[in-house]
Design a protein around this ligand. Structure first.
Ligand SMILES: Nc1ncnc2c1ncn2[C@@H]1O[C@H](COP(=O)(O)OP(=O)(O)OP(=O)(O)O)[C@@H](O)[C@H]1O
Ligand SMILES: [Mg+2]
Length: 369
């Protein structure tokens, strides 16, 4: 099990300084709008993955008019204790593990496992295919370094191939042998990506229907993999070759894959209600967590930002009842008034106001606190 025991922030978003200790079980973060709830759990996410789930721009994470931001966490990573640190400044970012700087962020990422559910994830259901690919890449990349490596190689070759296609399009080159070589390399890495995605999705499928049923009482949620190339990739690229040159871009491959989400035969993109969208997006995340636990014995830190909005009382309480028992969980909410917290054996409640923790209450047995 991974958990974060102590978190210190310096100049992170609206936080000037913060130093706090969390429960190894459930942490409820409450406060009014714009007081720093999301920023707090975002900081934990950044500490684990070195970038925000909300923005690719690191500098917006630094408190206004300050030269740097620092996030420090003391964590339990299964049997090991570790200090993790991320420092952001104009010069770039540094990641330190037990006070030693990692030169390559990809070696640092994933040492502390987190899974975040955030309002942005609602786009998983109704948004573009890119949203769903990002989900696959992120969740698979945390546990499969080879996948990240292959993805990186694939993107490199794709960029080269696209540049070459543009050169062919503009008749700046007529090197078709180079195009074949790049296509061959693209197929090499692409095949590995597709194979990994297929087995990940196949493993996820039964868990998704199970989790969705416990949250909603509804049956029939299914996830499909819709790869851009179904059969022989050599033939497929050959068939699209003139189109690729005409458009100056690669029209086929894992960078065009998608996933489908269905209730029976109904496409969720078209029919899901707001509450269903939220429940389905959350289901995807909780299913990933269950899969990590079942196959790799990994229990990541679970970050749930504003998970209860729009949900009826039953669904809210189903979420609380079905949270993984062994995991450390953070839940933000503007109000917990209509939720029966007695369902929970123990929890720690933080009240946040204007970038400060105004009050902390602990409930239940202290073994988890
Ligand atoms: N780099 C920054 N420097 C200073 N303040 C910032 C910075 N980035 C964000 N903020 C401020 O932090 C506040 C937002 O915090 P956050 O998103 O954590 O709120 P929240 O409690 O989650 O609110 P909500 O309930 O609306 O989701 C905003 O008012 C925003 O202007
Ligand atoms: Mg928020």
């Amino acid at each position: 099990m991974h958990n974060i025991k102590r978190l210190q922030l310096k100049n992170y978003r609206l936080y000037d300084t913060l130093d706090t200790e969390f429960s190894a079980g459930i942490n409820l973060i409450t406060g009014q709008n714009a007081q720093g709830k999301t920023s707090l759990i975002e900081a934990i996410y950044v500490l684990a993955l070195s970038k925000s789930h909300k923005t690719p721009l690191d500098h917006v994470l630094i408190r206004e008019d300050q030269p740097f931001a620092k996030i420090t966490g003391e964590a339990n990573l299964d049997t090991k204790r570790a200090t993790l640190e991320i420092i952001l400044s104009k010069q770039g970012k540094k990641a330190k593990f037990n006070h030693v700087e990692y030169k390559r962020l990809s070696d640092y990422i994933g040492s502390m496992k987190v899974v975040m559910f955030a309002p942005e994830d609602l786009n998983l259901v109704k948004g573009s295919p890119a949203e769903r690919r990002r989900f696959l890449d992120l969740e698979m990349g945390q546990v499969n370094r080879m996948y990240l490596h292959h993805l990186g190689q694939y993107r490199k070759v794709l960029k080269e191939r696209n540049e070459h296609l543009k050169a062919l399009q503009k008749k700046k080159s007529d090197d078709h042998v180079l195009l074949d070589v790049l296509t061959e390399q693209l197929i090499h890495y692409g095949t590995k990506i597709v194979r990994a995605r297929r087995s990940f999705i196949e493993a996820l499928q039964p868990i998704i229907s199970r989790v969705y049923k416990t949250l909603s009482g509804e049956n029939n949620l299914s996830l499909t993999y819709d790869p851009s190339i179904e059969a022989d990739p050599y033939k497929a690229y050959q068939a699209k070759k003139s189109l690729d040159i005409l458009t100056g871009t690669t029209n086929l491959g894992p960078h065009r894959d998608d996933c489908g989400l269905y209730f029976g035969s109904q496409d969720l993109k078209k029919v899901a209600s707001q509450g269903q969208v939220r429940t389905v997006a959350l289901t995807l995340k909780l299913a990933v967590i269950a899969l990590l636990e079942e196959t790799k014995n990994i229990a990541p830190i679970i970050l749930l930002d504003d998970v209860f909005s729009e949900l009826d009382k039953t669904r809210k309480e189903n979420i609380l009842k079905n949270l993984p028992k062994e995991a450390q969980i953070f839940i933000t909410a503007t109000s917990l008034e209509h939720i029966n917290l007695n369902i929970l054996d123990n929890y720690k409640l933080f009240h946040i106001k204007n970038g400060k923790i105004e009050g902390v209450e602990t409930h239940g047995s202290t073994s988890k606190l």
